[in-house]
Design a protein around this ligand. Structure first.
Ligand code: SF4
Length: 465
């Protein structure tokens, strides 16, 4: 066979396409809310007002139907209704701003709908629940030093200022505490009054110099009246050992209008100024799970925080099947955050083992593959780490697994510090800690093992266990 030599004049073969294509093809625009029947007459001024967003936040199926009108398929409405009665661990709470980021032509398949408005038919028909799932699966309340202050890591604490958010996610890891009671879950209630709890938190931090890092969370700090939030954070900034403060707010995405209010941004600016003077890093951590939610209003709010002096705005998404658990989804989201909102794609958490979360969860091996597939596209500092929050351990990078029984879907993890309830436990650092893959991701032999070792009630539903 005769071969033809390639010369400068012979066109070479096109380069092999990259697995992920950049620049992105998607637009960075605020979707037109007037396409949605319930928002047809809403002015730009109202839409961009936090109060209007809060007053019109959807709290139940009736209000969802009123907003979406004919766009909501009857089958989906019925499935959401059944889910609220039989499976949901969170009540419905959805801002119009979030509704507007959904694909009205495919609400069944829409990523945001899948986790903010879970439907009964989304759940896995056989394994909707893992037998090891539990309320407060991270055991945060067990590690409370004072009510709402979890001391889980040597130098870091989590301060849960309140138990509400401007929006409720179906997969909420704090489903035990956060939000309204639902048919399946009576929520844990704080017993100590809010001012007293906050005082106790600050007292604990003043007398615990090993703590340098405070996550101010909830719930969502967007629901703390701004004067109260400012006062609490100002007091934190007066504690010499506190060097790092992170405000946790999905509301930056759910209701960016809140952060764009002059009063809120002025308070943020005062906090950032004091933090800078004191060499404390002040950042806001948000929670965006899909690129569809990266819109100009979010970008504007995030950039304003940087402008007034925040060290960073970072994203802690949750890895959810059907929402973002492909490398394309994760990369698109990360690039949208970086390029349009200057939000650092920091972490993706594997969904925690809360009741009825199986259809969202991915196996450790799937998470490892995703981590592999997203490496190398973004700068190293902006490449999100996919982490597994292992009960009694804390965040571990998914490649840190010590041992892995793929047949049963049990991963084993180790740790290098004691949490707040193990300080006297000599075995804490020698133990292996377990995490569990969804049962439908393990082979039939493994599923049989679980059927033999867990009772039917646990497999179906264990919220009350
Ligand atoms: S915003 Fe965070 S705390 Fe609030 S419901 Fe969602 S996951 Fe839970």
């Amino acid at each position: 066979m005769q071969t033809v030599p390639t010369t400068a004049s012979t066109p070479s073969a096109p380069p092999t396409a990259q697995p992920f294509k950049y620049p992105l093809e998607r637009q960075f625009v605020e979707p037109d809310w007037t396409r949605i029947p319930g928002y047809r007459g809403v002015s730009k001024q109202d839409w961009e007002t936090a109060l209007w967003q809060r007053r019109n936040t959807i709290k139940n199926l009736k209000e969802l139907k009123a907003a979406l009108g004919d766009l909501l398929p009857e089958s989906l409405a019925a499935s959401i209704d059944r889910d609220q009665r039989e499976k949901a661990t969170m009540s419905i709470l959805l801002t119009p701003h979030m509704v507007n980021t959904m694909n009205m032509d495919d609400l069944w398949g829409d990523p945001l709908r899948r986790y903010m408005l879970p439907a009964y038919d989304d759940r896995h028909p056989t394994y909707s629940n893992h037998p090891k799932a539990s309320r407060d699966s991270l055991h945060e309340a067990e590690m409370w030093k004072v009510e709402g202050l979890t001391h889980r890591y040597p130098t870091k604490v989590l301060a849960e200022l309140l138990s509400t958010c401007p929006q409720y996610c179906g997969h909420c890891t704090r489903m035990d505490l956060v939000g309204n009671d639902v048919a399946q879950v009576e929520k844990l209630k704080f017993k100590v009054t809010q001012p007293e709890r906050w005082t106790q938190m600050l007292e604990y931090l003043r007398k615990t110099p090993t703590v340098r890092d405070v996550v101010v969370s909830g719930g969502d700090v967007a629901n703390v009246p701004i004067a109260q939030l400012e006062s609490f954070v100002m007091q934190l900034l007066d504690i010499p050992n506190v060097r790092d403060i992170r405000l946790a707010s999905k509301g930056l995405m759910g209701i960016p209008q809140h952060y764009l209010q002059d009063s809120v941004m002025a308070a943020m600016e005062r906090l950032a100024k004091k933090a800078f003077e004191r060499n404390v890093d002040l950042a806001l951590h948000t929670h965006v799970n899909n690129a569809n939610q990266v819109t100009p209003l979010l970008g504007k709010a995030a950039k304003r925080l940087l402008e007034v002096g925040f060290r960073d705005v970072r994203n802690q998404g949750v890895l959810l099947r059907g929402v973002n658990a492909t490398s394309k989804d994760l990369l698109e989201l990360s690039f949208m955050l970086l390029d349009h909102a200057r939000i650092l794609p920091y972490y993706f958490y594997m969904c925690d083992m809360i009741p009825n979360s199986e259809h969202w969860r991915v196996a450790v091996w799937e998470a490892q593959k995703l981590q592999h597939d997203i490496m190398g596209y973004m700068p190293g500092f902006a490449t999100p780490r996919i982490v597994c929050d292992v009960p009694y351990v804390g965040k571990r990078w998914v490649h840190q697994v010590a041992e892995y029984d793929r047949e049963k879907g049990i991963s084993y993890w180790t740790k290098n510090y004691r949490n707040g309830i193990e300080l006297q436990d000599p075995e804490a650092l020698n133990r292996r800690y377990e995490f569990f893959d969804p049962l439908y991701t393990v082979p039939e032999s493994g599923q049989q093992w679980w059927r033999d070792h867990a009772n039917a009630a646990q497999l179906a539903h264990s919220i009350h266990a």
